[in-house]
Design a protein around this ligand. Structure first.
Ligand SMILES: Nc1ncnc2c1ncn2[C@@H]1O[C@H](COP(=O)(O)OP(=O)(O)OP(=O)(O)O)[C@@H](O)[C@H]1O
Ligand SMILES: [Mg+2]
Length: 509
């Protein structure tokens, strides 16, 4: 038997008396791509933060690399030496710095006595890493000028640098969701290349298709306990993997059939929206309808929701119930006043008050519409919050939990609940199922459909073709900043994908 590259035994973590990880164990072989799966809040990130030394483990437990005990505690300053590298969800790159600076941050070649950055040596080391990865990137280029797949390579290069080929473990905590679809094949190729060299990869992912396609074995956590580990991916299909994650079945139905559209009078007109890569977005949406917007990474899709929600300066108009919002002048509050709510892509930045409780977050935006003072509406606030906690199975199910202590996916559920329950006239959703598990994803999409049935017009901006096909009455496809085509009728993920990547107007195929 070969010595595992990484082995954890009996790792536990307790926060304020609550055990969120209970004697976790897992072992990863050299050259293996290993998936770590589990529902939101099941303990995946906690396990990774114990390995990376961000959290201190409870007493007992062991972390071994190539058979040698390295912790706990693992000293964060020694991770690199121990062969452990971590790539976080947002890839952690600074757009305004050069490739070299991004790769070498925190690990500058120093001269004796003074901490002096030796640029020539640095540049050399960085170039060597890219040569190894087979991606020629200029170390002096700005990260902001790179394509998405080059950025991924920079993040991987940072994790790998100065490392002997074939050694160590690289851990990706939900990184692939931040990588545009176009860049994913290059990412998968890169991690397979690393694994073929002998480096091990640990991939945390909610994308079951990805887990099935790119990993060798799977470990599943449920409620802080490892329920199965080392399961060969070959032995699983999507239904089996779903059961491993949820402990039950959880297929995503076609929700358009389950909750058919009932249109209410009152068309919402969006005209001439421009800003960023969006040059002219025009659409009309009926109350009760779910309209998807999608497109490739350079289509304008990434800019659209912030423009519509008034979160980013731009031009254009939204007409709701006879009132028109001029986006060139409007701020978020004006857009909200007109009955238009935005659930942004960037949750902590724009959507949630992290230091407040779940109840404060869920009910704050609706207090004024309720017309009651804070203290009179306590029963209503409790009921409203309980409804969110139950509908989306938020864990822990506590109204007074501080949002910052929730797992990433549970924060997303709270944010969705906060706005879906507010019954705006137009709701703009930007990638609403990011970071959520397969069960919560179904719940969020279902709640979206139900909000439409109650008379909200919904604009769903997303690159997730399965979400779009399951929940939209029609889908608009952006290309070069304008709506290039519209898909109607029963939608399939394949049809949406084809529409995104088959250019319409005279573009190169
Ligand atoms: N600093 C903290 N204080 C209190 N509880 C915490 C803290 N960090 C995490 N938790 C709790 O630990 C549990 C596990 O969270 P963790 O972030 O590991 O989940 P996860 O599996 O990564 O979920 P997700 O898929 O949503 O990212 C959750 O119930 C979370 O609320
Ligand atoms: Mg997590």
């Amino acid at each position: 038997m070969t010595t595992p590259r990484l082995e954890v035994r009996d790792l536990s973590k307790t926060f304020a008396g609550v055990t969120v990880l209970d004697r976790a164990h897992m072992s990863i072989q050299p050259g293996e791509i290993h998936a770590l799966v589990g529902q939101n809040g099941s303990g995946k990130s906690t396990l990774i933060k114990l390995i990376s030394g961000v959290y201190r483990a409870d007493a007992g437990g062991e972390i071994l690399v190539d058979g040698t005990r390295v912790g706990p505690p693992v000293h964060p300053g020694r991770l690199h030496q121990e062969g452990l590298a971590f790539v976080h969800q947002d890839l952690g790159l600074v757009a305004d710095l050069s490739v070299r600076e991004n790769v070498r941050v925190g690990r500058h070649a120093t001269r004796r006595f003074i901490r002096w950055i030796d640029k020539a040596r640095d540049r050399d080391a960085v170039r060597k890493t890219f040569e190894f990865l087979g991606v020629p990137i200029d170390p002096d280029a700005r990260v902001s000028s790179l394509t998405p797949s080059e950025r991924v390579a920079v993040a991987v290069a940072r994790a790998l640098q100065d490392r002997e080929a074939g050694s160590g473990v690289v851990v990706f905590d939900e990184s692939s969701r931040a990588i545009p679809r176009e860049a994913l094949p290059a990412f998968y190729e890169m991690i397979r290349f690393l694994a073929d060299q002998g480096t091990s990869v640990l991939l945390v992912s909610h994308n079951l298709k990805e887990v099935l396609a790119v990993t060798d074995r799977v470990t599943a956590l449920r409620n802080g306990t490892v329920v199965d580990t080392g399961v060969p991916t070959d032995a699983l299909d999507e239904a089996g993997l779903t059961r491993l994650v949820l402990g039950r079945d959880g297929a995503l139905d076609n929700l358009v059939e389950v909750f058919p559209a009932t249109l209410v009078p009152g068309e919402i007109e969006i005209r001439g929206v421009a800003g960023g890569r969006v040059t002219d977005f025009t659409a009309s949406i009926s109350r009760g309808e779910v309209v998807g917007v999608t497109g490739a990474v350079d289509s304008g899709l990434l800019d659209l929701s912030a423009l519509l929600g008034g979160a980013r300066a731009g031009a254009g108009h939204i007409a709701v119930d006879g009132a028109t919002v001029d986006l060139a002048r409007a701020r978020v509050a004006d857009v909200l006043d007109a009955g238009v709510a935005l659930i942004p892509q960037d949750r902590p930045g724009q959507g949630l008050a992290l230091s407040l409780t779940v109840e404060e977050n869920v009910t704050a935006p609706h207090l004024t519409t309720r017309g009651s003072a804070w203290w009179t509406g306590r029963g209503w606030r409790h009921a409203e919050t309980d409804h969110v906690l139950d509908t989306f199975e938020v864990s822990p199910r506590k109204r007074d939990a501080v949002v910052a202590t929730l797992s990433g996916g549970n924060q997303q559920k709270v944010l969705m609940g906060k706005w879906l329950l507010g019954k705006p006239k137009l709701l703009i959703l930007d990638d609403p199922t990011q970071a959520v598990d397969v069960g919560a994803r179904a719940a969020i999409l279902q709640a979206t459909r139900q909000a439409a049935q109650q008379g909200t017009a919904i604009l769903l901006c997303s690159a997730e073709v399965e979400d779009l096909a399951a929940v939209c009455d029609r889908v608009l496809v952006l290309e070069d900043g304008v709506v290039a085509r519209e898909l109607t009728g029963p939608l399939t993920p394949e049809a949406v994908l084809n529409a995104i990547f088959t250019p319409v107007a005279g573009g190169a195929a």
